[in-house]
Design a protein around this ligand. Structure first.
Ligand SMILES: [Zn+2]
Length: 384
């Protein structure tokens, strides 16, 4: 069974051969106008000018809409119970964000039934899909006991292949600040229980959470268990997170809001993606990361939602793109690339984020003629 989608005003393929000539700074963004695309067995079999489209079993008329690769959201925390809207409202009134707010979500998550947690994860996963996200990563990190972390990664694995063990999110209150004892648990029994459900290991390397050596310990243990490192780095202030991420060959350093010149240089000369999460800065009213500095240095940049109940309760990649364009001065092309190919790079995936021949046919039929409408019409649902 083959399907031809034709009459596409703008087909965002992200293929280098479709990149506009002289479009400096637009990374690998590529698009075709007046285009068509053929899907066979859930993969892209052909794309090119509509006038040259081959025959297919079924034809879909895109009606002059744009078609984009589905968004790849490489950073989310969907397994939780409860909500923190009052904290958000207080913060908007004056109070700054601190990692301690996580404790409220941990308590609610531990108190929830499997069915309640599963319903929450599925609701958010469905919400993502409705908004055009076809691949997403999901972390644990609100359980912080062996049983609760195992339950979190198990439920995450029901909705995505990209599951991350984040036992090293914060030290839970019952440890009374005994970080070493908690780390031993994370790197021992908890990791053993969670690794079968996870692909990635993550650590919150930040003042008030885990320092460089503690982060190294967590990531090394995770790697020994077959997991690939990624790091929460430099969100709340300057710190060693990016250096640790690059040093261990992490797939991604996430947040990157407070970077030194050495951090930028380290990212530029590494295979570690800088994943920017502007929803967090929006929801905490912190300064946005300097995307232009990273792009100027040649760093691979991804955009992700950081969807979580405390510091970024949005699942909308379109919103993140609009923030990246308006607040971080990324071009519309750069932002869309970062939300698709960039996310795929951060997850070390080559089958998603683009629509060249052989890619998964995960795509968005977009109810507008151009990708630019993602930022041009902020807040408007446009996934057809
Ligand atoms: Zn996060």
């Amino acid at each position: 069974m083959s399907t031809l989608i034709t009459n596409i005003a703008e087909l965002v393929t992200n293929s280098p051969e479709h990149a506009a000539r002289g479009a400096a700074g637009s990374a690998g963004f590529g698009a075709l106008s007046d285009a068509a695309l053929v899907i066979e067995d859930a993969y892209v079999a052909w794309c090119g000018p509509a006038s040259k489209a081959p025959a297919a079993d079924r034809v879909v008329d895109a009606g002059g809409r744009a078609v984009l690769p589905g968004f790849v959201d490489s950073h989310s925390h969907l397994v939780f119970a409860g909500e923190r809207s009052a904290e958000f409202a207080d913060r908007m009134a004056s109070r700054p964000y601190r990692p301690g707010g996580i404790a409220a979500t941990v308590a609610a998550t531990r108190g929830a039934s499997d069915a309640q947690l599963r319903a929450g994860v599925r609701r958010l996963a469905a919400e993502m899909l409705r908004q055009g996200t076809t691949t997403f990563e999901c972390k644990s990190g609100y359980g912080l006991t062996v049983a609760d972390e195992r339950r979190s990664v198990r439920l995450a694995a029901e909705v995505t292949d990209e599951v991350t063990f984040l036992g090293a999110h914060v030290v839970p209150p019952e440890c009374g600040g005994d970080i070493d004892a908690y780390l031993a648990l994370v790197c021992g029994e908890m990791l053993t229980a969670c690794a079968p459900y996870a692909r990635w290991v993550d650590v919150f390397c930040e003042r008030g959470a885990f320092d460089a050596d503690q982060a190294r310990t967590v990531l090394a243990a995770g790697r020994d268990a077959g997991l690939i490192p990624r790091v929460h780095a430099c969100q709340l202030g300057p710190g060693p997170g990016v250096q640790v991420a690059v040093e261990v060959g992490a797939a991604s350093a996430d947040h990157c809001t407070y970077l030194s010149s050495a951090d930028v240089a380290a990212l530029a000369s590494s295979g570690t993606v800088a994943t920017l999460l502007p929803g967090a800065e929006f929801c905490t009213r912190q300064p946005y990361p300097d995307a232009r500095r990273l792009l100027g240095a040649g760093v691979v940049v991804a955009l992700a939602s950081d969807c979580n109940p405390g510091s970024s309760f949005t699942s909308s990649m379109a919103f993140c793109i609009a923030l990246a364009v308006r607040e971080m001065r990324m071009t519309t092309q750069e932002a869309v690339w970062a939300a698709t190919v960039g996310g795929a790079r951060a997850l070390r995936r080559t089958d998603v984020g683009h629509l060249a021949r052989g890619a998964r046919a995960d795509l968005i039929l977009f109810d507008a003629p151009s990708h630019a409408y993602l930022a041009y019409r902020p807040g408007v649902p446009q996934v057809a």
